[in-house]
Ligand binder design. Structure first.
Ligand code: IYR
Length: 221
């Protein structure tokens, strides 16, 4: 990044009471987010997709390199090609490549090799991570790429939820096929696939509990 100096920070702050209200309301809102496997084909506008991706791209990143590309796909043929290739890999995963322990851990979620949602959801977003940038034919290194792209993915998921849409984090493995189908350059590697859309009216989610305060927080006061 070119050194452009500094400017006053203009983010919002709130009174403690207002902060408490907002923190609790946001927690309650985010706690309603669920991974959804049942998508409706109801369209979602390109404008919404663009806004949620730009929210994700506002994520912090190592040396502000923003080492990501978001491929937003609503082309039916391309989605079908991706589904077909993803299912081929997942079929192998569910028929021997995943350990018994792993298969057992997944039972509660009812997942299998069928990835119909890739065809049905109006959009799929595939996030690519860039371990380096090519600038004027020169390799420029990026930093903390995995962390940076993980944070951006989390912000994307929050933005999708905020827009009243649903998603699912899908990591077909191995996933090099996505680079080929989407003709991505050598410095980009697939990171995560997210279908984005509306849930079907009869969508169900597994009954699960989230860890509580004492399970996930250790205070040092
Ligand atoms: N990639 C497979 C298997 C899978 C793995 C985990 I860990 C999950 O939380 C869910 C699924 C699939 O997408 O079905």
């Amino acid at each position: 990044m070119k050194d452009k100096g500094f400017t006053p920070y203009n983010g919002q702050t709130f009174s403690e009471k207002e902060s408490e209200k907002r923190a609790q309301a946001y927690y309650e809102f985010m706690d309603k987010r669920r991974s959804i496997r049942f998508f409706s084909d109801k369209p979602v506008s390109k404008n919404i997709i663009e806004q949620i991706i730009m929210t994700a791209s506002s994520a912090p990143s190592g040396a502000h390199k923003q080492p990501w590309t978001f491929c937003a796909i609503n082309n039916k043929e391309i989605k079908s090609k991706i589904r077909e290739a993803a299912e081929k890999e997942e079929y192998e995963n569910y028929h021997g490549r995943m350990s018994d322990e792993w298969m057992d851990d997944l039972k509660a979620f009812g997942t299998d090799w069928n990835k119909e949602f890739i065809d049905i959801a109006p959009w799929i977003i595939i996030i690519f991570r860039k371990s380096y940038d090519m600038i004027d034919g020169e390799k420029k290194k990026n930093y903390y790429v995995q962390e940076s792209v993980g944070i951006a993915a989390g912000m994307l998921i929050s933005a999708i939820h905020n827009a009243g849409l649903v998603t699912l984090t899908h990591t077909p493995s191995p996933m090099n096929f996505m680079s080929k189908i989407l003709d991505r350059p050598a410095n980009e590697k697939p990171f995560l696939l997210l279908p984005v859309g509306y849930p079907t009216e009869d969508a169900v989610v597994p009954i699960l509990e989230r860890k509580g305060v004492d399970d996930v927080i250790v205070y040092y006061s």
